[in-house]
Design a protein. Structure first.
Length: 462
């Protein structure tokens, strides 16, 4: 069968693994290699798109966009969309799909991509309408937005890797989260319903990884120790032991409970830790604490106390692991007393030998805190970090995240909702003038008088 469609996957920072699931889905639907090509490119996709189009093929360009990547590539997306259909997925597409569509994207994937992309190929060929494609948002008319039916897939039906393209990412064993942390995108986006990849399907994938020489087996899960959990907060140690033992039996070395399968305090139990200690290759366990203040944890919707987190960390130490404790500076509602409490916990943990992975609050699109204006990192936190750096216990990207937080907030403040035209949040222009000057024209505020108070050209103070 002659190839009719070329899909060009835009690779960012060399991250090709994001396309493994899509390639597997296209293959499962009988498309890849039978009329459809998937080409991965780093850099500007237009030269490849034009070459493919010159051969008579239909072309679409695929982007997977977090908000930081969107901030970097928005101009490129708009430029590419003027020539070829653009399909945008990823967390930014789910959390702020209207911004991608205002740039000219043909469709934004807002749910599971495994069943959306094959249907989009059919729409590209004229075999179905966009309205009949699941899990997307599109613009049926200028300024109007439509989200199609949300259809969740079974993870067991789609391989998490693609042998032909040599893509073997960490194996996704869980999608969605039962908790409602107000700063996290996972529970608030369209594919939030919790699903697990079954043990047999995971181990089949492990066998393929080991056959390809990929023996270090990592997993992706919002809560690594929640694998096959029967209910929120109740781990399944037996399933975790079967998983890890099965990886060993197939010649692999499993890693669970460390990046990218960190865990929550509720799931750190003796039974789980015994299984991890016996079979897993990692000797670090990442536990989310986020704040040393119970008041801030409650405001953030974490669902656990500081004491419960510290008890879990005690268990991690007891079983011979090094805890890596996540802490977020500047969570909304944090006050002076909360900062002091968090610093006290940081110093207590550091004295015991825990690693502290530090973050700055980011107002992520699609979350209840997307419109929360970020504050500069408190000076007391900076002092504490300086004191602790000499102990070698600090890691994390809190400093670049402080700069990123302002840009993310300002992007949301410019275009916070799928209204017919962008409706900027009042009072943000003084902080956001530079960001609005860059993105306003891309999102449709290029005409004089269209902009927010103060004008798009006003420079922010930072």
């Amino acid at each position: 069968m002659a190839e009719q469609v070329t899909l060009i996957g835009r690779v960012v920072y060399g991250a090709r693994n994001a396309f493994a699931h899509l390639a597997g889905a296209l293959e499962r639907h009988g498309m890849l290699g039978r009329g459809v090509r998937l080409v991965l490119v780093e850099g500007d996709p237009l030269p490849v798109a034009r070459e493919e189009a010159s051969r008579g093929r239909r072309v679409a360009v695929l982007y997977g966009l977090s908000t930081p990547v969107f901030l970097e590539l928005a101009e490129e997306v708009a430029r590419v969309a003027r020539e070829y259909p653009v399909v945008a997925g990823g967390p930014h597409a789910e959390g702020a799909y209207w911004q991608l569509l205002r740039l000219g994207a043909w469709a934004a994937v807002v749910g599971d991509g495994e069943n959306a992309l094959p249907a989009l190929v059919e729409a590209l060929l004229g075999e179905r309408s966009l309205e009949d494609v699941p899990n997307i948002a599109f613009m049926p008319e200028p300024g109007g937005f439509r989200v199609t039916r949300i259809s969740h897939v079974s993870l067991d039906e789609y391989p998490p890797y693609h042998r032909g393209l040599g893509l073997y990412p960490p194996i996704e064993i869980m999608r969605g989260c039962p908790y409602r942390c107000r700063f996290c995108q996972v529970p608030w986006l369209f594919k939030a319903r919790v699903r697990f990849r079954g043990l047999d399907a995971v181990l089949d994938a492990v066998s393929a990884y080991v056959s390809a020489g990929r023996r270090r087996i990592r997993f992706i899960a919002p809560i690594g120790f929640a694998y096959l959990s029967p209910e929120p907060g109740r781990p399944n140690p037996g399933a975790i032991e079967e998983l890890l033992r099965g990886v060993r039996e197939r010649g692999g070395t499993p890693f669970l409970g460390s990046f990218p399968s960190e865990t929550r305090p509720e799931y750190v139990t003796p039974g789980v830790l015994r299984a991890v200690k016996r079979y897993a290759g990692n000797r670090r366990i990442s536990v989310g604490l986020q704040s040393g203040s119970d008041r801030v944890l409650e405001l953030s919707g974490r669902g656990h106390s500081v004491a419960e987190a510290l008890e879990a960390i005690d268990l991690v130490f007891k079983y011979g692991f090094t805890p890596v404790v996540d802490i977020i500076f500047g969570l909304p509602g944090e006050e002076e007393e909360d900062v002091e409490k968090t610093i006290a916990v940081m110093e207590q943990l550091a004295a015991r030998g825990a690693r502290l992975r530090l973050h700055t609050f980011l107002p992520l699109p699609g979350t209840p805190l997307a419109q929360a204006r970020p504050k500069p990192v408190h000076p007391r936190y900076r002092e504490a970090v300086r004191r602790l750096l000499g102990r070698g216990v600090i890691e994390g990207d809190w400093e670049p995240q402080e700069r990123l937080a302002r840009e993310m907030y300002c992007l949301t403040a410019l275009d916070p909702a799928p209204t017919r035209r962008p409706s900027p949040l009042p009072g943000a222009e003084g902080l956001c003038g530079d960001v609005w000057a860059r993105f306003g024209p891309l999102l449709g505020l290029e005409e004089p008088g269209d902009g927010p108070p103060g004008g798009l050209g006003q420079r922010g103070s930072g």
